[in-house]
Write a protein that binds this ligand. Structure first.
Ligand code: GRF
Length: 204
């Protein structure tokens, strides 16, 4: 099976990056991480990538006069790798339409809640504070809104009566680490068909 080259964007801890690395190494995921780019030089995810000899790049957004200039630099790094899919893995910058149009339906994000509930930052805490009985994880394609793109996969995470924010966070992350490689594998198998807002999964 062909292995689409992934360009992974991170800003921090990189546990989802690690889950993708592990899924490739165990043979569950048929893809190749072409490079990892961080907008923060201290992001721990960079160390994870280096440990697996994955090329890394730091592109600090504050070194550029505008979002567009920053994203142009991202594209310049990605282009030589012939990136087929951009993976946002805890990347804490909003992308402009210019970048999104450069990779139409080719940018995936993971969100730690059941979209369209609790978009934006601190989603696990938003759901916890709201008092929901069920939350979850969403993998979706990026469109020009915030966490509004077509949904690829979702999984629920029920709350337990004695959950703390920490215990819930741990379970949500564990689900993320399974769901993201699954969604990327569907892309690799060319099984995602986008019809407007809907993502059909072929042969499922
Ligand atoms: C994850 O919870 C992800 O859903 C959100 O940012 C967090 C990144 O965590 N978009 P990590 O850097 O992958 O550990």
């Amino acid at each position: 099976m062909k292995k689409p080259p992934l360009g992974i964007l991170i800003s921090g801890h990189g546990s989802n990056l690690q889950a993708i690395i592990d899924a490739i190494e165990t043979g569950f995921l048929s893809a190749k991480i072409a490079c990892v780019v961080s907008n923060k030089k201290e992001a721990y995810g960079l160390k994870r990538a280096e440990k697996h000899r994955i090329p890394t790049h730091v592109i600090r957004h504050q070194d550029y006069p505008s979002r567009e200039a920053f994203e142009k630099a991202l594209i310049q790094v990605f282009d030589p790798y012939k990136i087929e899919l951009v993976i946002l893995a805890g990347f804490m910058r909003v992308l402009t339409p210019q970048f999104i149009r450069h990779y139409p339906h080719r940018i995936m994000n993971i969100h730690p809640a059941l979209l369209p509930s609790f978009p934006g930052v601190e989603a696990i805490q938003q759901a916890y504070d709201y008092g929901v009985k069920v939350t979850g994880v969403t993998v979706h394609l990026i469109d020009e809104g915030t966490d509004t793109g077509p949904i690829i996969l979702q999984t629920t995470v029920p709350l337990k009566p004695d959950d703390t924010l920490e215990s819930l966070t741990e379970r949500v992350h564990a689900v993320e680490h399974k769901l993201y490689p699954q969604a990327i594998q569907l892309f690799a198998e060319e099984r995602l068909e986008i019809q407007g807002r809907k993502v059909l999964i072929k042969d499922s």
